[in-house]
Design a protein around this ligand. Structure first.
Ligand code: 5RP
Length: 150
């Protein structure tokens, strides 16, 4: 799978561990930054970059990481075509794919151990979209709204 990953300073350490884990598992992973640790850096630019890469690369998925994951989810969702979900347990990670066909998952690195956070990402990546018509209908409503505003 092709995976686009980004993190600010709060997610920098988790990003390094996640890149290693995903590459060892055979995924094709692109690191969209931050390239180095800077306690003053801002999460929106790297989240925009990862989101844009996911939209430009159909079939790929994204991971955006910060302290809570909230701002990273918000930033990624500003990219047209991104459906970013904050995953905070296995169920929300899986439901993001099953029900929402989320193409980006947001993770709060300060909310989980590294192992727990990697489990959330793995659960997200492994779960397919259900293809259920009711879920597709709701996604289509959001896509139509997005298209009408752009
Ligand atoms: O989670 C985040 C945004 O939702 C950021 O990672 C967090 O706000 C960074 O905080 P600080 O600048 O205090 O380290």
């Amino acid at each position: 799978m092709r995976i686009h990953v980004a993190a600010d300073h709060a997610g920098f350490e988790l990003k390094a561990a996640l890149l290693e884990h995903l590459r060892a598992a055979g995924h094709e992973v692109t690191d969209h930054g931050a390239a180095e640790y800077d306690a003053q850096d801002d999460y929106p630019p790297v989240c925009f970059a990862a989101g844009e890469a996911v939209v430009a690369d159909p079939g790929s998925l994204g991971v955006v990481i910060g302290g809570s994951g909230n701002g990273e989810q918000i930033a990624a969702n500003k990219v047209i075509g991104v459906r970013a979900a904050l995953a905070w347990n296995t169920d929300t990670a899986q439901l993001a794919r099953q029900h929402n066909d989320a193409n980006v998952v947001a993770i709060g690195a300060r909310q989980h151990s590294v192992d727990q956070a990697i489990e959330l990402v793995d659960a997200f990546l492994a779960e397919p979209f259900s293809q259920d018509p009711r879920h597709q209908r709701r996604i289509d409503l959001m896509s139509a709204y997005e298209a009408s505003r752009s």
